[in-house]
Design a binder for this molecule. Sequence first.
Ligand code: NAD
Length: 390
Amino acid sequence: MAVNRKLRMGMVGGGPGAFIGDVHRKAVGLDGQIKLVAGAFDIDPKKSKKMGRELFLNPKRVYGTYKEMIKGELALPEDERIDFVTVTTPNNWHFPIARDFLEAGFHIMCEKPMTFDVKEAKALQKLVKKSRKVFGLMHNYTGYPMVKLARDMVKAGDIGKIRKIVVRYPQGWLATALERTGQQQASWRTDPKQSGAAGCIGDIGTHAENLAEYISGLKITHICADTTIFVKGRKLDDDGNCLLKFNNGAKGILHTSQISVGEENNLGIWIYGEKKSLEWYQEHPNYLYVKEADGPVQKWSRGNNYVAAKSKAAARATRLPSGHPEAFFEAFANNYYNFTETIRAKLNRKKPDKLALDFPNVDDGLRGMLFIETVVASAKSNQKWTKMKS
Ligand code: NAD
């Protein structure tokens, strides 16, 4: 029988006061494709229950731990249990949770960076391929229509061969020792046991790396990195500057920072081709700028017919007419839309539409972890230029 229904979602992480779990919950509501039915929301079982009450969930399906959640869901009839789980815990938990849910037969949406280290990322990649389950990774910036438009312009050859990519992601919120005040998000991000081998480079550098590879279709091959811990007593980098080499000979600069005072989420990217260049800003995501040598700058605006004519993926990722801004929540929802269509195709034993496969996956997650590993190795080495393994 065809599966024609909302998909049932479970969540791990996203307890009271958590940041990104709540964004996921709001984003999945946008398209009516998903219903949150279960969760193990917090490292503290009491807080998990509290979250469940606030969300009006069936108390029987609000669990104290993720292991109890797997057991509880497997005990339910198949037509009641969750289809997939979203992992929104700190980084150190991503692998064990994703592994255990995959092994129990569930699809996964996981936050970035995918795992704690490369070893776990490789193990997870193997597991995903073996399980034949759908694995999505929430690199939300690739969910923006104008990013998809940029990717499709590059693919169509509009800007010519890419020569240079500049990508930046500065923030300022960790310019002081915020972690020492007990602030939740700062505390685990600056702790190597929970965050991993890198701080800022892992937290937001991976978004910049993913965005550059997604739009350009290129792969980073070598990195020359300089990372710094500016805030005294901190154990992980809070600023990083990288030179990049790509697999077509293009060169790049990636800079990322959490001590750039006054910056909010100033992610931006410039792709320079032999014929034209592209420019996009996360804080003004509804526009893509196209530049050429002897002509005015073009400002492409989301929601217009000329965008849809150029990029089916951008059109599919657009809900509102031009001039009504779409942003962060919608980008998450776009990844979920494609992810759930892919799951539904699987449940119906059909091949998913090619456009539905346009969401970051386990291979992108491994790239992110290799990026972190390479930056950390390069920053430590005297030789500096370091090959990014595949
Ligand atoms: P947070 O500290 O705000 O929330 C983490 C939540 O996970 C808390 O409720 C905590 O109690 C819970 N938790 C921890 N261990 C758990 C466990 N074993 N079982 C159940 N719950 C557990 O952190 P955050 O800022 O929301 O970040 C969470 C993850 O999301 C991180 O991996 C981070 O890198 C990622 N993130 C991604 C984006 C993005 O733009 N895609 C933005 C922010 C955070």
